[in-house]
Write a protein that binds this ligand. Sequence first.
Ligand code: DOR
Length: 443
Amino acid sequence: MLIKGGHVVDPNNDRDELLDIRIVNGRIAEIGKYLEVHDNEEIFDATNAYVAPGFIDMHVHLRDPGYPEKETLTTGTHAAIRGGFTSIACMPNTNPTLDSPKLISAISQAFANVIPSEASQDAQSRDRANIYCRIHPIAAITQGRRGETLCDYPALAAAGAVAFSDDGNTIMNARVLRDAALAARDVPGRFISHAEDDHLKGDAVMHEGKVSHDLKLPGSPGVAEDVIVARDLLIAADTRKAWHIAHLSTQRSLEIVAGAKQRGIDVTCEVTPHHLLLTDEAVRELGAKAKVNPPLRTEEDASALRDAVRNGVIDAFATDHAPHTDAEKSGDMRSAAVGFTGLEIAVGAYAQAIPDLPVSLFVALLSANPARILGLQEAGTLSAGALADITIFADRPWRVDPEQFASKGKATPFAGKTLPRKILATIVAGRVVYTCQPQVPTF
Ligand code: DOR
């Protein structure tokens, strides 16, 4: 296949220009200007579109095993390719928890098993299994995510775990966390913090502030996140374990991470589309559709997050895609499930949040950077010889219609909103696995 006439943005190779890309046997064979068309070559016309290394979402809840009514590997990876993602990392808060090498290897092999080799173009076998993109599992830090007993980190890494986290839960016992970090220090794979102090958070269902007072709902203060970020980075410094902060949501936590980076601590962090774009005011209008952990914060926090994306303190965009059934999300703020779907709105929402962000930085936050954070050797680049995982997108407004989502999770605070950037095609291992419907002009 030849991808022709696109604006190629590949931060790893400092490319930001009109180029053609030739794909042969699932890998990038050639990249250059005005490549000639070979006999029998399929052409993908990328005129007026950006062509980027396949996007990577390093924070996804696939709900498999345990909660097929919320999501499955099939629906989750289908949602991923519709959102432009060619690789996703999935969190271990499943049932059972992803805390054993057997479960980790089942997830990490799910895609590989249906593509016996990268060179294979056996589309049929992949369709049979219906896994649409690469899946990289994140293993638990403690067994059952109970914050007590350490897992076997070398065995989990050998089985395919790309990082470790008790996401959804904070490990409240600092001694357990320090012991875990020491045990895992020389194992590849960062520790990922879910930073919410259980005691400061209490039974909160949203951010503590004017809106929670007005609505008479229990709130969690920003400091509930800040104290855990500070504690975890002290443990990172003490143990020299590489660290990552998930879904960072407060201005103070940003300052702590920026300070740690300056002191040479090996820490990275991510931000979600909803924390960049929305505040706790959204709860007034949307109720449980805006219920998420950590909660939507203040305008000062959201604005500080946007600045931190621009100035490089934030390393990656990540959705925290957290699908739940409609029934679970239809209750009131106190009873509804926490979190919402994110894969299919992400690219549009990031662009909406920071319209002036250079495209090369936008692409880096979604490809080269998460690849580096997770240690994915073959992803995040369009070098000749690399896997042909490619995302094609354009600055074209579209309206969010949750009924069109492939994800089982339909609840999103962005329903009905018009977003400015759209995925046109997703290519995994050289095969176009998603293209958007052609725009039909209306007269
Ligand atoms: O809102 C959230 N939902 N935050 C998390 O950290 C976990 C997630 C879930 O698993 O539903």
